[in-house]
Design a protein around this ligand. Structure first.
Ligand SMILES: C[S@@+](CC[C@H](N)C(=O)[O-])C[C@H]1O[C@@H](n2cnc3c(N)ncnc32)[C@H](O)[C@@H]1O
Length: 225
């Protein structure tokens, strides 16, 4: 490769890496387990150095929802957490492309991040198309359980919302039953649950499942003031 081309190529790579680091943080399971105190709390001040409202997507995958919301609402900060680095690389590539100062991604197991959640800090949380773990012996891996709601109740601001969406009917009703047992939340709709998506953007998995003709089940709940 000619020297000039090589230099241009390596410089472009360096810029990419630098920009990638701006958008992506990686928290190893070992470090989170042994020394979670070394990581910044999940707040706008710690992650964005400002006080804008903060919204979180858990299991954000390739980030379509947050990429859309961050562009639409520049005065809100958005954080996406996903355990899969491969999925996040796609999200980060787009974040670099659009240069979004109000968006960050964290590569971590969200269940290990509970100590980083601060009281009354999140405006909204999205749990869309979480892995259903349908086999009985795998169900303990599901993200939404009583402990998860405990943490959401602590971290959400009063009247902050949690949006839950999936195409897996049995899984949805399992989650709904857990949600309905927690009287510290109320539904934002009069129906027991809703079907179909009302979002202006469709995530990767939403497109996949809707392509197979699957119905989407969802509910939106709010932390009581
Ligand atoms: C079916 S995908 C849905 C992705 C995205 N929400 C969408 O609608 O396209 C589920 C995502 O949750 C992530 N995930 C599963 N368990 C997780 C955990 N414990 N912490 C963080 N992310 C997790 C997976 O890596 C995967 O990207």
């Amino acid at each position: 490769m000619p020297r000039r081309t090589f230099l241009r190529f390596t410089r472009a790579q360096q810029i990419d890496q630098h920009e990638q680091q701006h958008y992506l943080r990686c928290y190893s399971p070992e470090a989170l387990f042994h020394n979670w105190q070394q990581f910044p709390p999940l707040t706008s001040a710690a992650l964005f150095e400002n006080e804008q409202p903060l919204e979180l997507e858990i299991g954000c995958g390739s980030g379509e929802l947050l990429l859309f919301l961050a562009r639409e609402r520049p005065h809100t900060n958005f954080v996406g957490v996903d355990i899969s680095r491969k999925m996040l690389d796609k999200a980060v590539e787009q974040a670099v492309r659009y240069r979004l100062p109000n968006l960050k991604f964290i590569n971590a197991d969200f269940r290990q991040m509970y100590p980083l959640l601060m009281p009354d800090t999140l405006k909204s949380v999205y749990l869309h198309f979480p892995d259903p773990h349908l086999r009985p012996r795998h169900q303990k891996r599901r993200l939404l359980n009583a402990e998860f709601l405990e943490q959401m109740h602590r971290a959400l601001k009063p009247e902050g919302t949690l949006s839950v969406m999936t195409d897996v009917c049995d899984f949805f009703f399992d989650m709904l039953a857990i949600i309905e047992q927690d009287t510290r939340f109320q539904k934002c709709h009069s129906e027991r649950y809703l079907t179909g998506s009302d979002l202006p953007v469709r995530s990767h998995f939403q497109r996949v499942w809707e392509g197979y003709g699957e119905q989407v089940y969802r509910c939106l709940i709010q932390k009581k003031a």
